[in-house]
Design a binder for this molecule. Sequence first.
Ligand SMILES: C[S@@+](CC[C@H](N)C(=O)[O-])C[C@H]1O[C@@H](n2cnc3c(N)ncnc32)[C@H](O)[C@@H]1O
Length: 272
Amino acid sequence: MQTSVPIHGNYHGYYLKRPSREDPRLALLSSIFAGKRVLDIGCNEGWVTCEIAQLWCASKVLGVDIDDSLIRGAWRRRRSVWSSQSPGDETTPVLSVHDTEERPRKRLREEPGRSVLNYFPASLEHTFGPLSIPPSQIRGRHAFPHNVSFRAADWVNNEILEDKDHYDVVIAFSISKWIHLNGGDDALMRFFHRVHSVLDTGGVFVLEPQTWDTYAKAKRMDQRLKENATNLKLRPHQFESLLCSIGFGPAQHLGTTGEGGFCRPVDIYVKL
Ligand SMILES: C[S@@+](CC[C@H](N)C(=O)[O-])C[C@H]1O[C@@H](n2cnc3c(N)ncnc32)[C@H](O)[C@@H]1O
């Protein structure tokens, strides 16, 4: 679903405005990803999703977005990140899922003597095309880029195949405002309940909510959003008590990242 006005926050070129190589939000979360199954809802063009898979060593990451043109961009991003990665990483021993749980792979950039990221310049891919990806039987199903995939879906209103296997971590970075403005309080509650239902007990919900004052600008882009906004009763400062009421533990406020309009808190909630 590509709309000319980005009423779902489906901005193209989002990561040119919001720096996301070595995303500071992920740095706050560092230790939660290794060996985990992660769902990134509202993944846009997949920059953050790829980073979780490549740098933070999740065993499996799925990025979902309502805009299929952004999902096509996310697959291209996966190929580009792979194409600029150091070939040295190909020699990294591949671990089984079992190994990964007991002995998580180190974050790639921490490995001594390695310059894994941006090893090849972007001009290489532009000139010669993307590098081919070795099959998963050689590289490993849980090694980048085989551990990351994407799917176009309105995740608030539609179940997807992968949900039935559940996730250890669900990420909702800068998406709650768009769900709220498009579908009202009901959609937001449905979203929170859906997140709860697809997490295993002990699983982590990562929420970066936009503040109420930012709704004003967003709703101006579309008459329907404006009308929906007038009926909203819930406010972002109530999200914590709502989430606790549906079976999450109290929020852990990890801090605030981002510059200017992107300055937002990152909170985590553990499913009880
Ligand atoms: C402002 S962007 C945030 C991108 C990314 N999460 C980040 O913070 O780096 C919000 C994204 O959520 C997506 N989105 C909005 N509603 C959605 C829905 N119901 N299901 C899936 N994706 C949705 C939009 O298309 C957009 O790419």
